[in-house]
Ligand binder design. Structure first.
Ligand code: NAD
Ligand code: ZN
Length: 355
């Protein structure tokens, strides 16, 4: 299946299917001088040879990074540039990102800066990376915050081999599904109820592919409308105000991004129901999160004031007020700003409900 995305620099296609990693070569249209493939050590163990087998040793350089968020660093960014220069990567070369969002964000940012920008391809291998590989946001982390050094730089192609998802640990499945739920909540016509009725650990392949395809379509439509995040793209931040704060307070790696976003989505719905005085989705979402073992009890180890402090440093804030995406209804997101005290009240009463 193919989804086409229009970006200001160029259009690109997202291909979703079974066994695509084995056919990469047939999807590369241009004649690239050399190739750098980046992946992390977990993915390298399982899938790197499948891709390398299609190229000769002379034309492709492999860069294997440690798995995990800490690899989105200025050190690895720099050392990869060094390797690329020594290998002779030039302006008509290609970078391939084979892995999850960490590899995709890092390799994409390297591609955006190497010799002022060269082509790159995303080959996502996590469910979460259906989100990170589409839309062209690429970044590395600064010691003072996540994704603070980055750019908008769309890939030439996204090749999503869903067979690679079978080896994902359960918590990574959970992590990716939170973003699929988020996308479904943002769209008027979506499969939200259907997703909320499934248990994700034993989801059939065909259903997973449908969910991914719909999620990607919703995301693609939003980023096409607002590539540089001046308006509606902010809606993709649904669930991330609290989600990011939880990740930051706990320390990255304690909980996956999507697990934190799952709790953040529930909080966004909670605040929405209070704010608009109507029922939207809270009880259905809460039982889905419980059924799928999202770590809701983590709230017992979190201090609401510490979370509010973190929210204040969010780069999406304007004039020092905390901004949150709320839902007036399913498919009707809006952005609201709140005083710190109000958010603190919401967090406290929310925690009392879910702990
Ligand atoms: P990740 O890349 O760290 O992958 C998660 C774990 O799964 C890693 O340990 C990895 O080695 C392993 N793994 C990957 N594929 C596997 C497979 N097929 N089988 C077995 N194990 C596999 O994390 P992620 O959740 O994919 O991505 C998170 C990152 O994405 C964060 O850095 C976040 O900032 C970024 N992100 C970016 C955007 C964007 O728009 N650019 C959007 C959302 C998230
Ligand atoms: Zn996210």
């Amino acid at each position: 299946r193919t989804i086409d995305v229009q970006a200001s620099s160029h259009d690109y296609s997202i291909h979703i299917g079974s066994g695509l990693r084995l056919a990469l070569k047939s999807y590369i249209s241009m004649d690239y001088s050399k190739i750098l493939i980046m992946t992390d050590e977990n993915v390298a163990n399982i899938y790197l040879d499948d891709v390398l087998g299609q190229f000769s040793e002379k034309e492709i350089l492999k860069v294997i990074i440690p798995a995990g968020e800490s690899s989105k660093s200025i050190e690895i960014f720099y050392s990869t540039h060094t390797k690329a220069i020594e290998f002779g990567l030039d302006r008509s070369s290609l970078i391939i990102a084979l892995g999850g969002g960490v590899v995709g964000d890092l390799a994409g940012f390297i591609a955006s800066t190497y010799m002022r920008g060269i082509d790159y391809i995303q080959m996502p291998t996590t469910i979460l990376a259906h989100d990170s590989s589409v839309g062209g946001k690429v970044a590395i982390n600064h010691e003072l915050g996540k994704n603070l050094i980055g750019s908008f730089y769309p890939p030439k192609l996204v090749l999503y081999d869903i067979d690679t998802l079978h080896t994902l640990p359960t918590r990574e499945i959970r992590s990716g599904y939170a973003e699929i739920i988020k996308e479904a909540m943002l769209a008027k016509q979506s499969n939200l109820n259907e997703i909320l009725s499934t248990t994700i650990s034993d989801i059939p392949n065909e259903k997973l592919m449908q969910d991914l395809e719909l999620g990607i379509k919703i995301k693609a439509a939003i980023v096409e409308e607002d590539e540089k995040e001046r308006g509606t793209r902010k809606h993709l931040n649904l669930g991330h105000t609290l989600g990011h704060a939880i990740e930051a307070v706990l320390g990255y790696g304690k909980i996956t991004h999507g697990e934190a976003v799952g709790i953040g989505l529930l909080f966004a719905v909670y605040v929405s129901e209070k704010y608009f005085s109507k029922k939207i989705l809270f009880s259905q979402l809460l039982s889905w999160l419980k059924k799928n073992h999202y770590p809701l009890n983590i709230v017992n180890s979190l201090t609401p004031t510490a979370l509010v402090d973190k929210m204040k440093t969010d780069k999406k804030n304007v004039h020092n007020k905390i901004h949150m995406v709320l839902l007036e209804a399913i498919g009707q997101p809006t952005v609201h700003s709140f005083e710190d005290n109000k958010i603190l009240d919401y967090i406290q009463s929310f925690f009392d409900m879910v702990k």
